[in-house]
Design a protein around this ligand. Sequence first.
Ligand code: DGL
Length: 274
Amino acid sequence: MHKSNPIGVFDSGYGGLTILKSIKKSLPDYDYLYLGDNARAPYGDRSFELVYQYTLDAVKFLFNQGCSLVIVACNTSSAKALRSIQQKDLEKLSPNKRVLGVIRPCIEEIAENKEINSVGIIGTLGTVSSNSYGLEIEKYAPKVNYVQHACPLWVPLIENEKQESNSGKEIIKNDLSILLQKSPKIDTLVLACTHYPILYPILRSFLPKSIAVMSQGPIVAKKLVEYLNKHPEIDEACSKNSTTLFMTSEKETVFNQVAGKIMNSSINAKSVSF
Ligand code: DGL
């Protein structure tokens, strides 16, 4: 039997699948274990303490499943829990393992792309109120202007597959117009929530063509390739048999159906508690 040390990919729900899809495209040989905490999603309006606790539980669970590298594919968890886990918990849990998030890769992209001058950031209440994006842009891309708007109804819409309904589309359109009223100069819309790329066709239909939409999947995938090249010891710790396992805190039948549509493939998830 092959030894399996998959790359763990964690999100509160279905959003991290948008990251997993891009990572698998760039790194098809690796093994992956996706964990969605669908039973407790959304995380967006939960307290710092709870998001930290849930995220830490997920990281410990994935380490116990054999993952040496975990991608926290959730902006809310990356904003509220990642730094504490990296700086405080990792040392005690497993100093040779690594936990990476999704915010830093996006900030690097904003800083490196000279065509970006003014960004509109949309995310959960937790991500926007943490001001993680604002602080990082001021530090690493000080010439870039930014405005932010929280869209607390978008993740529940997606988790319940209601985004295509008339009321769902109305909510999305309304949030976009609030953001655009804050700054008509926006050239790039940053989808600072991994669920939001699922809304891409709807977002595109409401946005002027002049505004580019930045999804995190391809950016996180590109940065992960660079990271593994720079850290051969982590790369060697990841097994490469091209397998993908899915785990969820929700009933597997519901997860299989929704996740199958997002991944365009049939999924056979395992229901777990952690
Ligand atoms: N996909 C998560 C994110 O990127 C959604 C958080 C939530 O559950 O509200 O923030």
